[in-house]
Design a protein around this ligand. Structure first.
Ligand code: AMP
Ligand code: GLY
Length: 411
């Protein structure tokens, strides 16, 4: 029996674990354990800090460690594990900078001729103010470092821009940030392009989309994602062409910079007139896109991840005739103020529908919420309308007066 450790406990990690479970010959451990999941074992529930966890991992304890979230990767967990001789899925720190630093990512794109919005890099409140005075609005202002998905801000006018610069540089609302990017507003259609990077090559996953706003028709505040769909309806030839321009040039750029990148590379694209522009890079699987992408992969995720970790070529199929949708059940009030401890009743399972826990735990035989995004319902089916009907009938049974979900996922 092979042993794999998954780091992270959100919906994305539930999806990774669920895919890994297709291989009956591996034993899956999780840090930090999500007690709402079946068939996975807790690992070091006594340890709360990632550095302590890493420091104590032993060489032969696991055949593979899969890192879900970006923060440990940006901190250099892959480098630390590699030093200890532990096989790890996820890029080393230098590669993770593509997500960890927007200024690095923007400069990298410029150097490698990768299309993205025009931008200015600023290092202080004063510098930003001067630049904004000569800017056409709207713009996006982005804190350079990790900001838990909350660091990209839409700015309509100068007053608003000045207030946001203050929040970034003076009030430190987004943590310690000493750089920010001011970039042009791009219009178009958003697509999440993910690829495995290994052996100096890229292996595209089918196009996905997440639904970031809280309510139907993209109303309400930005959230961690209220649902996803895969594949998005774009011609395969266009998608492959964009892959060459975006991921292909990125991989070549890594090589030029001497960056040994292995893992998932995620490019958030804005597509306008059939031309892709990068809005952001992530150095890991997207959440909640992964929940809809992985069920469409034909192949053993454990094998794929081991091969990527060893920098080998990989091989997998895509279930081309199927579509996947994920709808997130959230606590009422999310992403602002919401209750925790909501009891969730899970009905019997139905074919081709799975529940992927996020902010959910099992306590005294009951399921109770621990976060704003409680769980995702993922389904696969040939027919989109049939799939939507199945998912929504199911989630309606689970939802109660303290929860809500978007009705327009996949329309
Ligand atoms: P980011 O964290 O950079 O991915 O930005 C979060 C979201 O903000 C994106 O998914 C887009 O919806 C939006 N966004 C970011 N940058 C831009 C831009 N330059 N133009 C239009 N929308 C943007
Ligand atoms: N779905 C957006 C992200 O994972 O960053």
């Amino acid at each position: 029996m092979k042993r794999v450790l998954v780091i992270g406990n959100g919906g994305r990690e539930s999806a990774i674990i669920s895919k890994l479970k297709e291989n009956p010959d591996i034993k899956i451990f999780q840090w930090q354990f999500n007690s709402a999941l079946n068939g996975v074992f807790p690992y070091r529930s006594d340890v709360w800090d990632i550095n302590t966890l890493t420091d104590n991992l032993k060489k032969d304890e696991f055949d593979l460690v899969i890192v879900g979230p970006e923060a440990p990767l940006v901190m250099g967990i892959a480098d630390e594990l590699e030093k200890r001789g532990i096989l790890v899925f996820g890029p080393f720190q230098r590669g993770a900078l593509i997500e960890g630093s927007k200024s690095f990512a923007k400069n990298f794109m410029k150097e490698n001729n990768i299309p993205t919005a025009e931008y200015d890099l600023i290092k202080s409140y004063e510098e930003g103010k001067q630049i904004l005075k000569n800017r056409k609005f709207p713009v996006y202002i982005k804190a350079s470092g990790l900001a838990a998905g909350k660091g990209a801000l839409f700015v309509k006018n100068l007053d608003e821009g000045i207030r946001i610069l203050k929040e970034i540089f003076i009030e430190k609302k987004f943590g310690e940030q000493d750089e920010a990017v001011i970039e042009d507003f791009l219009e178009g259609e958003e697509i999440s392009m993910l690829a495995f990077i290994s052996a100096g090559q890229y292996f595209l996953l089918p196009p996905a989309r997440d639904y970031k706003k809280a309510y139907d028709n993209d109303k309400g505040l930005n959230t961690g994602g209220m649902g996803s769909i895969c594949p998005v309806n774009v011609p395969e030839s266009s998608y492959n062409k964009w892959g060459k321009i975006i991921i292909g040039r990125t991989v070549e750029g890594f090589k030029k910079a001497g960056i040994d990148y292995r893992g998932i590379l995620y490019a958030g694209l804005m597509v306008n007139n059939n031309e892709p522009y990068v809005l952001e890079y992530n150095c890991r699987f997207g959440d909640p896109e992964t929940q809809s992408i992985l069920p469409l992969i034909e192949g053993d995720l454990f094998d794929i991840c081991c091969n990527v970790a060893m920098n080998k070529k990989i091989n997998f199929g895509i279930k081309k005739d199927l579509k996947a949708i994920t709808v997130i059940l959230a606590a009422k009030g999310y992403p602002e103020n919401y209750k925790k401890g909501i009891e969730i009743k899970i009905p019997g399972m139905i074919d081709n529908i799975s529940i992927l826990p996020a902010g959910l735990k099992r306590k005294n035989g009951k399921y109770v919420s621990t976060g704003g995004r409680i769980l995702g319902i993922t389904g696969i089916e040939k027919d989109l309308e049939k799939l939507r009907k199945k998912i929504y009938t199911y989630i309606d049974e689970i939802s109660n007066e303290n929860t809500f979900y978007r009705m327009d996922i996949g329309i």
